[in-house]
Design a protein around this ligand. Structure first.
Ligand SMILES: [Fe+2]
Length: 311
């Protein structure tokens, strides 16, 4: 049942105007917007949906009493795959079918998940070119300033889950939905990628002592320049960083996190590790740490920052 990516992320939020302003500043394009909600899309054809926190169509969430992500919709390759997922999950839980065919249910931590046939838009993008000694990939061209980031796609989501039952919650994705394990830290959590993806992770379940909660959504940009210029623009617009910029150890991606009024954080990321079935999952007795390096970061936490926003 090849799941290939995140197709849509749905938020239920208290302050619609702030949420819309945030995602506009983040660099996404609004394709619909009004007092009762907004829809943004990525160049890769994914959608970010903002709905009022009291919208009756929103599914419940463990942290749904505050602004947060309320549903992750996963994109599958075909109608047959969609039906196979529906048949599998119907064995032990209710699976609802929307008028557009999207299937919805809940994972073992109580988060709403949906499934739909993926509709990717091909993104034409040139990999960054660098100059090194006599290797001049960028000959006779300068590095241009960009006013702000323009994320290409939504790459991964992260949820805090309960330690109690955490292994079963992870097994649901690995055994029932075909996710692949990339890295597991016995003191932290599990980095998983969709069967149809080469990203180090599309889903990270972080086992914590507190209640289950959405942690962050991560958007891929072209390179470190775009992270820095986009993040600087965000700061100039008054949005608060959750971290300084840096490079992760697990996944190797460059990052910068910001606090999202829609709930949790958003992350600009670039240059993440890619892997296929030749990759042997690594099991870490102890987390190797949060960052290879970070700017002005004296001590970095050993796991992603808590979704500290109570907005
Ligand atoms: Fe992340």
């Amino acid at each position: 049942m090849p799941i290939s990516r995140i197709e849509s992320l749905v938020y239920g939020i208290a302050d619609m105007a702030a949420g819309i302003r945030y995602f506009e500043d983040w660099g996404l394009k609004a394709v619909e917007q009004g007092e009762r909600g907004a829809v943004f899309d990525t160049p890769a054809g994914q959608t970010i949906r903002l709905l009022p926190i009291d919208d009756p169509s929103l599914p419940a969430a463990p942290d749904g009493d505050r602004s947060t992500a309320r549903q992750t919709v996963w994109g599958v390759d075909s109608v047959d795959d969609l039906e196979a997922i529906g048949a599998e999950l119907s064995k032990d839980r209710d699976v609802a079918r929307a008028s557009d065919g999207t299937l919805s249910t809940f994972d073992d931590s109580g988060f709403s998940i949906g499934f739909t046939v993926t509709q990717p838009t091909a993104v034409q993008v040139e990999a960054p070119r660098v100059n090194l000694n006599e290797n001049s990939q960028r000959l006779n061209e300068v590095v241009e300033a960009i006013p702000r980031a323009a994320p290409l796609r939504l790459g991964h989501v992260v949820f805090n889950i309960s330690k109690d039952g955490g292994d079963r919650a992870v097994a649901f994705y690995l055994d029932r939905l075909g996710f692949r394990l990339s890295d597991r830290t016995l003191t932290g959590g599990d980095f998983m990628r969709c069967a149809g993806s080469r990203d180090h992770h599309n889903l990270f379940l972080l086992q914590r002592d507190d209640r289950p909660a959405f942690n962050h959504a991560a958007f891929e940009v072209r390179d470190f320049d775009e992270i820095m210029m986009g993040g600087t623009f965000m700061r100039g617009r008054g949005w608060e960083p959750e971290t300084t910029p840096g490079r992760h150890i697990l996944g190797s991606n460059l990052y910068w996190y910001f606090r999202n009024p829609c709930g949790g954080n958003t992350e600009y990321f670039a240059d993440m590790d890619c892997m296929d079935n030749d990759w042997e999952p690594r099991i870490w007795d102890k987390s190797p740490g949060f960052a290879l390096w970070s700017i002005d970061g004296p001590v970095q936490p050993s796991s992603p920052p808590a979704a500290s926003s109570d907005s």
